[in-house]
Each structure stands twice: as structure tokens, then as C-alpha cells.
Write a protein that binds this ligand. Structure first.
Ligand code: SF4
Length: 709
């Protein structure tokens, strides 16, 4: 949408808040691609109402051709597009002919637009016949997906951002919103200022920037969230604070869930000891939650990135179901997605355990609908490998061709050194990216230049199910193309001429919307049937809208479950009976616990934000934060270099001494790649341990040794 030719509305490409951005010409003339743009928040966008954080405000400085991959390359030589497309198509065909379709994989990204995701998923799961399509969203939100599906029967966020203004208690679990979802955090801060009785409780093993605004910080022992929320469920029952009517009418499994919670968390004292928290703090939290109907529990990676991430999600949801605080204004469990389009990828089936349009592999009749709609010659029937399994299959030599798009797994995957070794011996590594060098691009045999933010056109979906347009602000640099174009050209070169003749992103979106509506009589959560007939012009003008968008709800829906009906077979929400897992003990060889996370001014592996001088000023180099007691124990001073190591690898970092940490627990930022600091790739120190239900890696907890460098 454009007020004038020089005033374009688009969406920020960083976090899952999905802020609306207004780009216009600056008064000074252009100096480089994008440098002439003035970036502001979009006053009318319902996510941010004009606000932007530091990263979003600096978006104009990230545009340009410096460091960009501008031309395709095959085996180290520049080439034209026809040569590159032929090389990809022939390479995939040869792999399939020799080893079968299961030898081919794609690894996608929450940075892709929904339209890119849609055609990639369709090509692999309907035409090539390989289910091995996974995404870096697996590292981010997979445990929430499985938690939602267990409780609600579908992967849906029940509420909306407007609930913030209507809530009076905010519980942040494993989420440093002040840095990672800053604009939403500003909305919470505004509520705290406007309502004297409103409260913020932060549950996090470290004191983060979000704690500065908190009334209570529970600095709990890492990995004890299930115990804490099981304790809350027990407390609510003891205090007569349950919504028994809601439980009776709209849920199943409450008695088992409560009995299971009471086994380990019958008393607040048991919880306080298990979570290593002062009794009074636990009581204070429980009383706050019990007494405040308008309570929002917002959670993010600290919940998801754990071997029991799905259980943590359900432990939170159990408490909201028990109090009937769901589907109503100002309350609910609220998953904060990390990436701008983690949700859009989920909508099209961009996870190895989903097929498409929120249809998974559990219902053959629904699967058949997808095959029929796509007229797919090779529809897959069973799930593929999730991210960690996918790279392990490459290491075993089972997967022999992988196409990686818009992500940098050599930095972000656990055991990143092993992933690097696996890719080094993979016969065909194709990487689509916007940059000339990333850790992953540097091991690719075929490099495909893609369009980046400000150049491409399509849609993303934010944490509140809101679909927003990203619009092109600048012309394509060099020979770069949209990911969907590259994928469709490869599909056609492989002989799949039907099904990939899209002229533009609007046509892909229309097909995606039509699939969501195909014989969907309301039994599937994801339904945007009212958008299936959009013309190219209507798509161009599409205003942000929350799915589902149907004939009965043409303006979308802010909240789901208001009628108490869920997407399970019985129509009732499911309580999940949960037990806190036993905690791993530290070993003498690796006596310290390591946590990782994001910094305020950086994004992912810094490929974009690392180029902006002002953003680099916040924390210019990687560091390890440790408690003063540990500094004394190891005889360390501020700024000294130390080596962290374990069986997976080692890192070299500068010491920051801070009582934000619990003793024996360290924190490192996750962003640095070999490109920016040769020995600071955080994820080399994290084992490939995953949640058995979601397949999400436990990137918040590892054991390490520390020594002076
Ligand atoms: Fe972008 Fe997130 Fe900042 Fe909004 S809060 S401007 S979406 S990084």
C-alpha cells in the first residue's frame, strides 16, 4: 500500500511483533540503494501504532549492495541464471534418480515470506516427494506448536495484542521482551504506568532488562518451569480459585492433570525448594495470579528451547484453562514468536511434521485433499526429518542434496561444528541468500542470490496471527531474484510445469488461501477463505488482518475460543498431566551451566544488524556473563579472556561479571558467527538434545568448563 509513490507501507523483518513500517524518501538525495529512505513506524499498524525499536529504526541502513551476493555461482564460478537453475535442477534430479527422493532436503527460514515457503513446501512434499522440509523455526517455536496442538487441537495463538491494554497482570516466562519484543514491551510498560494496580512478574533464571520494570522476579533454577506451574495449578485448586464451570463445560483431563501436579507440587514449600526460590516469592506470584482475572502469560524461547519445552507450554496453558482465562479480553497464554514469519511458515506446512495449511500426517482423508488440490504426482505420506535429525541424516550420508534458504545453520544449529562437517561432505549444498559470505554460504557448491527485505514482496504473519504485507522499496540488486521465483524456475526445469507457473506473489497467496479453504468446513483452524479471491490490486492494498478470515468473519478474528469450542475431536480443550523431569547434575569436568540468548540490538547471526555501526555500539564483541562468586572462584577480572569448552567445542570470550546471573550459571549471546569473531559461535557448545515431542533443540542449557585463556 502506498500513500504516494514515495510512501510505502511494509513490515519489519526482525522479530515476531511484526511492526508496521512506513518508508518514504528522505530530503537528501539518494547515496546508495536504500540510503535515501526514511524509515518510521506505521501509525495505523495495529502491532505498533507508530513505534519502532532500535533495530527497526535502523532498517534503512541495512539496505544496499555492499556485501551482497549479486550473481549466481556454481562450483566457485559466476554464471547466469539459466546455468544456475539447470545446475540445481539436474543436481536434484540426479540425486533422486540414484538415491530416491528421500535423499533430498530443504532447510528453510522464518525470514522467508509465506509465498516463498508455500512453493518450497509444495515442490518438496507434492512433486519431488520428500518430506524432509524443515526450518529454523524449529529452533524457535516448535515446542509451542506441539503444546498448542495438544491443548487446543490446533497450532493457534488464542489472543491478540489488544489483550495487553486490557490485562492487569503480565507474567513473562523465559522471555526478555524488553530486548527481544521491545515494542510490545513498551505497550506493557504503558499499561503499568496507566494502571496503578497492574503488575509485571518475570520468571527467568537471569535478571534481564525486562526485570527493571517488574514487581517480582522469580530467578528460578533453570529447567524447573513445569514444577512452578504445576505448583500454581495445585495452589489454585487449594484456594478455590478454579473456574469449575469452564472446566466442566469446555475441557477434558483436569482431574489427571491436577493429580499429577500434586504429586510433586502439593505445597508451595515443595515448589520453592525444587525451583530454588524464596518461599515468599513463590507465594506472592501464586497469589497475584489467583487474584487477577485479567492475566496474560507471555512466553518465548526460554520456554521453548528445552528438552521439556512442550511440557512447559502445556503447564502454562493448564493454569489458564483451570481459571477459564482464555478466549476472553485481557487474558490467555500468549506465545511470542521469535521471527517475523515463524507463524506464516507454520501456516503453509513448512515444518517436517506438517503437510500444508495446518494439515499434518495424522488424517489420511485431509492429506488426500492436499494431493487433490495440488494435483501432486508424488505426495508424501509420512513426516520428514526435523532440523537436528535432518543434519544428522546429512552426516550419515542419507541425505545427499540440501537446499538451504535465508538461514545460517552453521551458526544457529546445536553442535554447529558437526553441522559444518556434515555439510562439508554433502555432495550437493545449494544455498540461497542475500549476502556474499555467511558461514553456511561459504560451504555451498551452488550459491543463489536472493532478494532481501525492502526488495521483495509478499506476506508475513506475526505473533497475534496477523498477516501483513512486506512490500518492495528498492529495485532488485544485481541479478538477485525472489525466493519463490527461484524455486518455481527450478520446479519447471525439473519438469513440473503444472503448479509452478505463478506470475507474482499475489497468485501464490491466492492459491495458498484457496488451499486453506479447500473443503474446510470450519474443522481446520487455519482458514483464510475470504482472501482466496483477492485480485492482484487487492493483494497489493491488503491491510494487516488476523486469521481466520472467512465469509462469516471477513475482517478476521482477534480472539479464538470465545465460545469455548476448541479444535480437538471432542471440541474441548485438553489438560495435560505433567511431571517435572529430573534435572541433570553438573559433572566435575563441566561444572558450569551455560545459557544463551539475544542482545537488544542484534538479530540472529548478525548478517544484517552487524552491518549497522550504531547497532554494533551496544555490545561490540561477544562476552560471557558470570556471577561475582564464580569470578572470585576462578580468579577472574572484568574483561579478561576465558575459554569455555565441552565435548562439542570451545569458545573464546571476554568476561563480564554480573549478579544478573545465578552462581555457577553463565550467559552468552547467540549472535556471533565466524564472520564477526572466529571463536565465538555460541551454538558449538550446545549438544543436539531435543524435546522428544517437538524436536526443538535445548539451546538454553548446556554444561561447560571454564579456564583462563
Ligand atoms: Fe521490528 Fe520487532 Fe523492533 Fe518491531 S519490535 S521494530 S518488529 S524488531
Amino acid at each position: 500500500m502506498s500513500d504516494t509513490l514515495s510512501n510505502i507501507l511494509t513490515t519489519c523483518p526482525y522479530c515476531g511483533v511484526g511492526c508496521g513500517v512506513r518508508a518514504s524518501n528522505a530530503e537528501q538525495g539518494p547515496t546508495a540503494q536504500g540510503a535515501h529512505l526514511r524509515i518510521r513506524g506505521d501509525d495505523a499498524h495495529p502491532a505498533n501504532f507508530g513505534r519502532l525499536c532500535v533495530k527497526g529504526s535502523a532498517l534503512g541502513q541495512t539496505l544496499g549492495t555492499s556485501g551482497r551476493l549479486l550473481q549466481p555461482e556454481v562450483n566457485g564460478a559466476d554464471c547466469d541464471w539459466p546455468t544456475a537453475i539447470r545446475a540445481v535442477a539436474e543436481g536434484l534430479q540426479q540425486t533422486i534418480a540414484e538415491h530416491g527422493p528421500g535423499a533430498v532436503a530443504m532447510y528453510l527460514s522464518g525470514q522467508l515470506l509465506t509465498e516463498d515457503y508455500y512453493v518450497a513446501n509444495k515442490l518438496m512434499k507434492g512433486f519431488i516427494g520428500s518430506a524432509h522440509v524443515d526450518t529454523n523455526s524449529r529452533l524457535c517455536m516448535a515446542s509451542t506448536v506441539t503444546g498448542h496442538k495438544r491443548a487446543f487441537g490446533a497450532d493457534v495463538v488464542p489472543g491478540c495484542y489488544d489483550d495487553i491494554e486490557q490485562a492487569s497482570l503480565f507474567v513473562l516466562v523465559g522471555a526478555n521482551m524488553a530486548w527481544n519484543h521491545p515494542v510490545l514491551f513498551q505497550r506493557i510498560q504503558a499499561v503499568l504506568q496507566a494502571k496503578p494496580d497492574a503488575k509485571l512478574v518475570v520468571i527467568d533464571p537471569r535478571r534481564s532488562a525486562s526485570c527493571e520494570a517488574a514487581h517480582l522476579h522469580l530467578k528460578l533454577r533453570p529447567g524447573t518451569d513445569v514444577l512452578l506451574f504445576n505448583g500454581l495449578l495445585s495452589f489454585l485448586a487449594q484456594q478455590g480459585k478454579l473456574d469449575q464451570r469452564f472446566i466442566n463445560l469446555h475441557t477434558e483431563g483436569f482431574a489427571d492433570a491436577l493429580a499429577s501436579a500434586q504429586l510433586q507440587a502439593a505445597t508451595v514449600e515443595q515448589v520453592a525448594i525444587g525451583c530454588d526460590l524464596p518461599l515468599e516469592q513463590v507465594l506472592q506470584f501464586y497469589r497475584c495470579f489467583a487474584d487477577e482475572t485479567f492475566s496474560l502469560t507471555l512466553f518465548s524461547q526460554g520456554v521453548n528451547q528445552a528438552i521439556d519445552g512442550t511440557d512447559k507450554v502445556n503447564a502454562i496453558i493448564n493454569c489458564h484453562l483451570a481459571t477459564g482465562r482464555i478466549g476472553k479480553p485481557g487474558c490467555g497464554p500468549f506465545s511470542l514468536t521469535g521471527q517475523p514469519n515463524a507463524m506464516g511458515g507454520r501456516e503453509v506446512g513448512g515444518l517436517a511434521n506438517q503437510l500444508a495449511a495446518h494439515i499434518d500426517y495424522s488424517n489420511p482423508a485431509q492429506q488426500a485433499l492436499v494431493g487433490e488440490f495440488w494435483q501432486a504426482p508424488n505426495l508424501v505420506a509420512t513426516p520428514g526429518y526435523k532440523a537436528v535429525e535432518l543434519f544428522q541424516a546429512i552426516e550419515r550420508g542419507e541425505i545427499k542434496a540440501v537446499w538451504i534458504m535465508a538461514t545460517n545453520p552453521l551458526v544457529s544449529m546445536p553442535q554447529a561444528d558437526k553441522v559444518k562437517a556434515a555439510l562439508a561432505k554433502c555432495p550437493l549444498v545449494i544455498v540461497s541468500d542475500i549476502y556474499q559470505h555467511t558461514d553456511t554460504l561459504d560451504v555451498a557448491s551452488i550459491k543463489l542470490p536472493a532478494l532481501g527485505w525492502g526488495e521483495k514482496d509478499g506476506t508475513v504473519t506475526n505473533s497475534e496471527r496477523r498477516i501483513s504485507r512486506q512490500r518492495a522499496l528498492c529495485p532488485p540488486p544485481g541479478q538477485a531474484k525472489a525466493d519463490w521465483q527461484i524455486i518455481c524456475e527450478v520446479a519447471r526445469a525439473m519438469g513440473f510445469s503444472q503448479g509452478f507457473n505463478f506470475a507474482n506473489a499475489a497468485e501464490i497467496f491466492a492459491e495458498h488461501a484457496a488451499l486453506s479453504a479447500y473443503q474446510n468446513n470450519g474443522e481446520r483452524a487455519f482458514n483464510i477463505s475470504a482472501l482466496a479471491q483477492l485480485s492482484a490490486e487487492q493483494y497489493q492494498q491488503l491491510a494487516p488482518i488476523q486469521w481466520p478470515v472467512t465469509d462469516s468473519n471477513p475482517q478476521g478474528m482477534a480472539r479464538l475460543f470465545a465460545d469455548g469450542r476448541f479444535f480437538t475431536a471432542s471440541g474441548r480443550a485438553q489438560f495435560i498431566a505433567l511431571r517435572q523431569r529430573g534435572l541433570t547434575q553438573a559433572t566435575p569436568a563441566t561444572p558450569l551451566w551455560l545459557n544463551s540468548g539475544r542482545l537488544r540490538d542484534q538479530w540472529h547471526s548478525m548478517t544484517r544488524t552487524g552491518e549497522v555501526a550504531s547497532l554494533m555500539q551496544h555490545r561490540p564483541e561477544p562476552f560471557v556473563s558470570l556471577h561475582p562468586a564464580d569470578a572470585a572462584l576462578y580468579g577472574l577480572s572484568e574483561g579478561e579472556l576465558v575459554q569455555l569448552s565441552n565435548a562439542s567445542g570451545c569458545l573464546l570470550l571476554r568476561v563480564e561479571i554480573s549478579d544478573n546471573q545465578r552462581p555457577s550459571e553463565l550467559f552468552i549471546p547467540m549472535h556471533w558467527s565466524a564472520q564477526f569473531a572466529s571463536q565465538a559461535r555460541a551454538d558449538v557448545l550446545f549438544a543436539a538434545d531435543t524435546d522428544p515431542i517437538s524436536g526443538q533443540p535445548a539451546l538454553k542449557l548446556s554444561q561447560v568448563a571454564l579456564k583462563r585463556f
